[in-house]
Design a protein around this ligand. Sequence first.
Ligand code: DC
Length: 215
Amino acid sequence: MNSKMVIAIDGPAGAGKGTVSKALAKDLNLAYMDTGALYRAVAYSMLENNANIENAEEAGKYASMLGNEISFDVLNSPNLRTAEVGIAVSKIAAITEVRKALFECQINFAKNPPLDKNGSILDGRDIGTVICPTADFKLFVTASAEVRAERRHKELLEKGENIAFETVLNDIRERDKRDSNRKDAPLKPAEDAIIIDTSNLSILEAINKCKENIK
Ligand code: DC
């Protein structure tokens, strides 16, 4: 029997769920998985190889190569965070073959944290609804599209990507639409998730609010 804790964090892009998850992982000694990076790695590998991201079968093939022909090392690549990958990834994340191929490694991670960890924490879009529906704690971290675009814009400028705020805001809105309206595992809070709106919170306030809800 696995009595270790599982925490599911979901929410749209730029709401702060990654920052919150990393802080909780450290505080509670949990293994952390950024599941968005799995989808980004598939999109990035396809773009690198000039593969057709609209082709479901091919996208599924790339997803099943992750951890095999495509090393998990790619998950740490800064190339996963470019605006180009950001646009491609929400398209491939809507493909059922891709979601199926990435299902197993997420479940395994959630159920089998290293022995020295108290459990696992995963962030994404469907963790509380599909991947870990029986998670001990479910948080849905969100913020307005404008605030999320401001955060993302700042991040891209700092990385040297010269991009207009309006473009970032439009991309965020497009991705929200695609993530929320897709048939397979759409972005939505689980019925038993606690909603945390970070629009008017600093990073520290957002982290503390999530901690309060868990402790
Ligand atoms: O969290 P992120 O922005 O890195 O996610 C990248 C994309 O992957 C985003 O468009 C939604 C998708 N995604 C998903 O469909 N399911 C997940 N569990 C995680 C991410």
